[in-house]
Design a protein around this ligand. Structure first.
Ligand code: BGC
Length: 344
């Protein structure tokens, strides 16, 4: 399946890179140039996926718990560090064995129903990983219900079906109840620290090309926040909202930065990937993806010129979106990514 969009004479191509596994909730893409593979996870499928674009091979590792993110180890390319519902774990990609590094209960003893969502390694090898309340405990701020001809209520968030009647609800819960997640920094020696508290859905992150800033998305804040970043201590300070995403576009999720310092943000429930200038707050480009729930992006391929896109098949009408849950790739964007970092 191919879908082409033309912008300023350039032909941007959106392709299905891999459909051998349909992710219920894809996330955490990471390109490792040492092995020329794109790693990503299926959170609800409790699986880590390893895709080789040269051969088309996909290897699936069943890790047995909700896994939100991963980062390859700097010292050993066959070890992936995972953020799972059990904690921070190591996966050996040769044997498929998983072993515990830091128990979840050690980090969030009072939040047994949370799970790790997105995570990424900073330029000094520290793993930044955020938590959120797991889906079954998620308090919905507002849900749109479809009432069918028989008068039955069906929960539905996908908007492109012929509605009979839509009823929206709003949650009366306080923000405090919803913000049960946090962001953590796991240092290279395993020491960890909480860096941001009261997060709803800890999501996209990126470091500016000059390493002076850290960009962060708490999905339900509908914005990208910029912090001053001290690369030596790993401390962040001085929060500013630099991009605000209109609610009706969808929910901002994962993020990547290109070598020109522009941010690429996945829009969950918005069928698209967007490019933003963090200096002006302006949206520069929207690329439509044939799946409503886009979760994350990362640059990969040997020249870092391909933008890989993960998404979710859950809650999606497969007849309308047969490729929902696949790994997509956007080609010919005319930009390149910056290399991703490994843990350690
Ligand atoms: C999370 C989902 C969430 C979505 C939108 C993803 O990263 O895994 O649980 O609904 O972002 O914020």
């Amino acid at each position: 399946m191919k879908r082409k969009i033309t912008k300023g004479g350039e032909e941007i191509e959106v392709i299905v890179a891999c459909d051998s596994h349909s992710c219920e909730l894809g996330e955490g893409p990471h390109w490792d140039p040492r092995v020329k593979r794109l790693y990503y996870v299926d959170i609800l499928g409790k699986a880590v996926l390893s895709y080789c674009p040269n051969s088309g091979e996909l290897v699936k590792y069943d890790v047995g718990s909700l896994v939100g993110c991963l980062a390859p180890s700097k010292n050993d390319p066959k070890v992936l560090v995972l953020g799972t519902q059990e904690g921070i774990q190591h996966l050996d990609v040769e044997t498929g064995k998983v072993r515990m590094f830091i128990e979840y209960g050690e980090i969030e003893p009072d939040r047994p129903s949370n799970r790790f969502n997105h995570g990424k390694v900073d330029p000094k090898g520290r793993f930044w990983v955020g938590s959120m309340t797991s889906e079954e405990n998620q308090i919905q701020r507002g849900v749109i219900f479809l009432v069918d001809e028989e008068g039955r209520f069906q929960r539905e968030i996908e908007l492109d079906i012929t509605p009979k009647m839509w009823i929206g609800t709003v949650s009366t819960s306080s923000d405090e109840e919803e913000q049960r997640g946090s962001l953590y920094r796991i240092d290279t020696d395993g020491h960890w620290e909480c860096v941001i508290q009261k997060v709803s859905i800890s999501n996209g992150m990126a470091w500016s090309v000059d390493l002076k800033h850290y960009y962060y998305i708490d999905s339900l804040s509908y914005c990208v926040a910029r912090y001053d970043f001290d690369e030596w201590s790993g401390k962040i300070s001085n929060r500013h909202e630099v991009i605000s995403i209109p609610n009706h576009w969808g929910v901002p999720a994962g993020m990547a930065i290109d070598s020109g310092g522009m941010l690429w943000v996945a829009i969950y429930s918005g069928h698209m990937v967007t490019q933003w200038d963090p200096h002006t707050g302006k949206c520069l480009l929207k690329v439509k993806i044939p799946c409503p729930y886009i979760t994350n992006v990362c640059f990969g391929g040997e020249d870092l010129g391909t933008l890989y896109v993960t998404c979710a098949a859950r809650r999606t009408n497969k007849e309308n979106y047969p490729n929902a849950g696949s790994l997509f790739a956007i080609k010919n964007l005319g930009v390149k990514g910056v290399p991703m970092n490994n843990y350690g």
